[in-house]
Design a protein around this ligand. Structure first.
Ligand code: APR
Ligand code: PHB
Length: 396
């Protein structure tokens, strides 16, 4: 039997940042992860860090590689009608910017920091189960990598196990409310070994559908095109992906794409989802286990980290003073940011995708063009986009 203060299910960004922040405040935790270390360190996801996320990681002592290898971006381009219009972040947000640094790099840095501090992470845990969240001694059981039965007895459980995890379903059905929107399109993404040809991200609205040009490093580019939700990857040989990307980004000052070896290719479904409340008894949900945003603003990891910052502070206060006031407000505090981020991600998605690529240009398409024109010509509208993209302020 293992005794700890906080048992954390899931070693994604949410679980790992939580474990690290708790450690800095002298609170013990144990992380239980069903996948292998190599798997979570290689999983390719988005890679745009809000300025508040960057500050938090640096202040927590895990920002060294992020500072040396991350690419600072001072703006993005919105591309429509065959032309790019730039949104300048520092000018619109009192000097803020974002950093492009892959999620799996953040995960690697955190695992390294946890293991260096002798933090306990059980990888390849099987049959993970949580019980007793109604009482004051919840338990997490699992079989470890050697098949041994393990039991963790703790004060609190953090459900950081992503959208397909087990923790959300522990909240009784009569308490849990879920809100969902599924979009009629997905993203087909490639990771390619080719130097970025644009030093800023390009979000393109094209009549054949959305296209996104992004980078990962000085030698790796990340590109996406809107596709059908039921798209068959087998119908997308690399050549066809590059051709379609060229079309989606065509026109005046089009980026001069240089196709390189495709290292990874996949389809990302597009969904908005929120579970309320994010706390039940001694269980707290954080990150993707509680909410999903479509990737059109790269908010997923940032929102996960914002949740666990709130949770770490609330638990620290509880252990320091015995007051449960902050932990009781956890869900309410998080959901304010969650819904604003849901709104922004939904809005970016709505403005940039073709909802029915088979139909003629219609009323909604004309409205999208008006919106893009407005956002890129009105300072007030551009500021709204910029302040959300670099990240709304974290809770004081
Ligand atoms: N037991 C233990 N671990 C589990 C279980 C389980 N039953 N189910 C899932 N997990 C693990 C997954 O293998 C994964 O490593 O939980 C982790 C959840 O991590 P993420 O999915 O990365 O979620 P989160 O930490 O909330 O981070 C959100 O991830 O999905 C992206 O774009 C999203 O950037 C956002 C970020
Ligand atoms: C990415 O680089 O993977 C990326 C960038 C911006 C997004 C989504 C994904 O909005």
């Amino acid at each position: 039997m293992i005794r700890t203060q906080v048992a954390i299910v899931g070693a994604g960004p949410a679980g790992l940042v939580l474990s690290h922040l708790l450690h800095l405040d002298g609170i013990e935790s144990v992380v239980v992860e069903s996948r292998s270390r190599a798997y979570v360190e290689e999983r390719v996801r988005a890679g745009v860090l809000e300025s508040g996320t960057v500050d938090l990681l640096r202040e927590a002592g895990v920002g060294e590689r992020l500072s040396s290898e991350g690419l600072v971006h001072h703006g993005i381009a919105l591309r429509f009608n065959g032309r790019s219009k730039r949104i300048d972040f520092p000018e619109l947000t009192d000097g803020k910017s974002v950093v492009v640094y892959g999620q799996q790099e953040v995960v690697k840095d955190l695992i390294e920091a946890r293991l260096h501090a002798r933090g306990a992470i059980f990888f390849e845990a099987q049959d993970v189960a949580v019980s007793g969240i109604d009482g004051d001694r919840p338990t997490v059981t699992f079989r470890d990598v050697e098949g041994r039965h393990e039991e963790i007895v703790c004060d609190f459980v953090a459900g950081c196990d992503g959208f397909h995890g087990i923790c959300r379903s522990l909240i009784p059905a009569h308490v849990l409310r879920t809100f969902e929107r599924v979009y009629p399109f997905s993203w087909l993404g490639i990771l390619a070994r080719t130097a970025p040809v644009s030093h800023e991200l390009i979000y393109a609205n094209h009549e054949r559908g959305f296209g996104l040009y992004s980078a990962r490093s000085e030698t790796i580019s990340r590109l996406y095109i809107q596709c059908r939700p039921d798209e068959d990857l087998a119908e997308w040989p690399d050549e066809r992906v590059w051709d379609e990307l060229r079309i989606r980004l065509e026109g005046e000052d089009a980026p001069d794409l240089v196709p390189g070896p495709v290292l990874q290719k996949g389809i990302t479904p597009m969904r908005s989802f929120v579970a309320e409340p994010m706390q039940y008894g001694r269980l707290f949900l954080a990150g993707d286990s509680a909410h999903i945003v479509p990737p059109t603003g790269a908010k997923g990891m940032n929102l996960a980290i914002a949740d666990v910052r709130v949770l770490a502070r609330a638990l620290t206060r509880y252990y320091a003073t015995g007051s449960s006031e902050s932990i009781d407000r956890y869900s309410q505090t998080c959901l304010r940011r969650v819904w604003k981020t849901e709104r922004f991600s939904w809005w970016m998605t709505s403005m940039l995708h073709r909802y029915d690529p088979s139909s003629d240009v219609d009323f909604d398409d004309r409205l999208q063009m008006a919106e893009l024109d407005y956002v890129t010509s009105s300072r007030a509208a551009a500021r709204t986009l910029a302040e959300n993209y670099v990240g709304l302020p974290l809770e004081a």
